[in-house]
Ligand binder design. Structure first.
Ligand code: FAD
Length: 621
């Protein structure tokens, strides 16, 4: 019934979809096995993509040739560039998405890929021969063979849902839990752990009074995620709204604390620190009289509303009573209660840089199964696992991104070297090269790599090369062109910045924080005509490169210095026991994590600079 596949992807969440698409686009024969084909690319929690650091990841996925950016553009209902008042390292695109269209667009995109077959069933085990994954077994007892397996089970592995004192098995509300895989992997020698996450109730938008809330509109000139011209920014947008909890809401919620699985010890797993439940917020910050609630539409046509900020696993009657005391929610009708879910994950220190497991060859883990949280974090791991599963089964080089190349590189490097015991989400503060890893230059950083892999199209490469040429020409011209004080000073005075005494070049003026490249046309008509030839993306790039030149130079130099350590490779079978001068902790971590370079070894938590020196001396470096 089944052919032998190159790659079997287990799970069609954000990680699984990207993994299947990447491997299939690169030429692998892929089978995507998922428990329910009606929930492909389901947004389990909020209907939104991107945000701080996460938006950068979506841009990176897109630049490499992944699909999350395009799917998001096709299904967004609102676009905002967050942190626009801060420096460009912090600018972060975020969309509100139409949940149903997001899932539909993903499914249609996967169905259009002739290299992807589908099978709806629960995978219960992995076929392992000679320490290598060679297929899967399903609940119906079917065996399907493949050269590699990518596991992306999300929150489903032994998932346990909690609402007040009620507890039931499930991977998400209304869907069954996945059984068998954890038990088999533990038997094979894997370490597993338990985490938890939660979601707020959903309400009927027709029952809300928006006049009591603040409107939050999308950007006046909205952008989009994908660098590809195949998508366009929104012409119309839907607003979100902001309201607040109050002491009365808190008092009602507190009446349910004794029945809360969070407080009575029934939930064991650690939850996402930066996405706490409302009961957690009230408990931890008891001095605060209100917490912000974002009222987010779930789509263009549906009336369903996501109550962002009100994640809870308190009993449903307490949720209902409390929510009705929020301004604008007095007559709210609830569609679904909030809940918490506990699930198994596998500490990611058991993975190599390609997301292949150290224990079993050709077995890859991606997404929430690795202890992360969030669609974007899952999607980028899926992309990297899909690429590497394809490359390995086609005798190609592993594809790894460094910390100075992409947030994706930071995420995987953090996971495999430091591990995580609470749900890991990306922040800009996790990246040491923030000014290099901007959302605006993800295409310049990554598209050529994606094209070389066979993932990013020729058209994408052509576009980015053209962009690079235009940026370089404009940069050069702006550095050369000079303006005399007579022309510059009226404009400078109008912008509230110091006038100039002598002729000076435009680049010097652009370094001033009060002036940006869009102001230059008001300085000089000839320059205005010249700049009109360039599109917004090129102008923005030049503005950033000039303004932040010193920071960029500094980070580039540091990245070059550090990357020299990455060139010193360590063989997979290196015998760390033979170096007696290593500390016991370093030896133990090296044996477990199997770093592939000295650079990676240096970032493992608990490894000291002295251990690295010993290692380098031993290796004759
Ligand atoms: P998922 O999206 O969970 O997809 C897993 C897929 O695997 C599903 O298609 C499932 O059917 C399939 N599957 C599982 N086991 C099997 C099997 N044995 N055989 C076949 N198919 C299988 N993220 C945040 O950033 N913030 C939040 O506040 C937040 N809250 C959340 C609340 C809840 C209740 C849930 C469920 C998730 C929440 N998330 C949150 C997490 C977010 O949904 C995930 O990070 C993201 O969806 C993970 O993507 P994934 O691809 O790893 O897994």
């Amino acid at each position: 019934m089944f052919n032998q596949y190159d790659v079997i992807v287990v799970g069609a969440g954000h990680a699984g979809c990207e993994a299947a698409n990447a491997a299939a686009t690169m030429g692998s024969k892929v089978l995507l096995v998922t428990m329910n084909m009606n929930t492909i690319a389901q947004m389990s929690c909020n209907p939104a993509m991107g945000g701080v650091a996460k938006g950068q990841i979506v841009r990176e996925i897109d630049a490499l040739g992944g699909m999350s950016g395009i799917i998001t553009d096709k299904s967004m209902i609102q676009f905002r560039m967050l942190n626009k008042s801060k420096g460009p390292a912090m600018w972060s695109p975020r969309t509100q998405s139409d949940r149903m269209r997001f899932a539909e667009e993903w499914r249609l995109a996967l169905e259009r890929n002739p290299n992807i077959d589908f099978w709806q069933e629960m995978v219960t085990g992995i076929i392992v021969e000679n320490n290598t994954a060679v297929g899967i077994t399903t609940g119906m007892g079917i065996e399907i063979r493949s050269k590699s397996v990518v596991l992306t089970n999300g929150t489903f592995l032994n998932g346990l849902i909690h609402i007040g004192e009620k507890q039931f098995g499930g991977g998400r509300t209304g869907e069954g839990a996945s059984k068998g895989i954890t038990e088999q992997l533990v038997q094979l020698g894997f370490e597993s752990g338990r985490m938890k996450t939660g979601t707020p109730p959903r309400v009927d938008g027709r029952s809300l009074d928006y006049s009591k809330m603040e409107e939050q509109k999308g950007d006046e000139v909205p952008g989009k995620f994908s660098f590809s011209p195949s998508t366009t920014p929104l012409l119309q947008q839907k607003s979100c709204y902001i309201t607040y909890t109050n002491p009365e809401v808190h008092a009602i919620l507190e009446t349910g604390f004794d029945r809360s699985p969070m407080f009575n010890g029934r939930i064991q797993g650690l939850g996402p620190r930066y996405c706490p439940s409302i009961e957690d917020k009230i408990n931890r910050f008891s001095e605060r009289t209100r917490h912000q609630i974002f009222v987010e539409p779930e789509g263009w046509d549906t009336v369903e509303i996501y109550v962002n900020g009100f994640s809870t696993s308190l009993p449903e009657d307490v949720q209902f009573k409390a929510i009705r005391k929020i301004a604008g929610f007095e007559n709210a009708k609830m569609f679904r209660p909030g809940y918490a879910i506990e699930y198994d994950y596998f500490p990611p220190t058991q993975l190599s840089t390609t997301l292949e497991t150290n224990l079993i060859q050709n077995l890859y883990f991606a997404g929430q199964i690795n202890g992360t949280t969030g669609y974007e974090e899952a999607a980028c791991q899926g992309l990297m696992a899909g690429i590497n599963a394809h490359n390995k089964t086609h005798d190609k080089e592993p594809f790894v991104l460094g910390r100075s190349e992409a947030y994706i590189g930071v995420l995987i490097d953090d996971l495999i070297n430091k591990g995580t015991d609470e749900p890991y989400r990306m922040f800009t503060s996790r990246a040491e090269y923030r000014i290099l890893l901007r959302q605006d230059n993800a295409d310049i950083r990554l598209t050529a790599k994606g094209h070389k892999l066979g993932l990013a199209s020729d058209e994408r490469l052509k576009n980015v090369e053209e962009k690079k040429r235009s940026v370089s020409k404009l940069l050069n011209d702006i550095r050369q062109k000079k303006i005399d004080p007579d022309k510059a000073n009226p404009a400078l005075a109008a912008l509230g910045t110091a006038i100039i005494e002598h002729r000076t070049n435009y680049a010097k003026l652009l370094k001033r924080p009060q002036i940006n490249i869009y102001d230059l046309p008001s300085f000089d008509e000839e320059l205005a005509n010249y700049l009109a030839k360039y599109d917004h993306e090129v102008l923005e790039q030049v503005d950033i490169l000039i303004k932040y030149e010193d920071y960029i130079d500094k980070e580039e130099k540091l990245a070059d210095k550090i990357s020299s350590l990455e060139n010193h490779t360590i063989q997979n079978d290196f015998d760390f026991d033979s170096i007696s001068a290593l500390s016991a902790e370093a030896r133990e971590k090296f044996k477990k994590i199997k770093p592939s370079t000295i650079g990676q070894a240096s970032r493992i938590s608990g490894v000291s600079p002295a251990d690295i020196s010993v290692l380098m001396v031993y290796m004759g470096k």
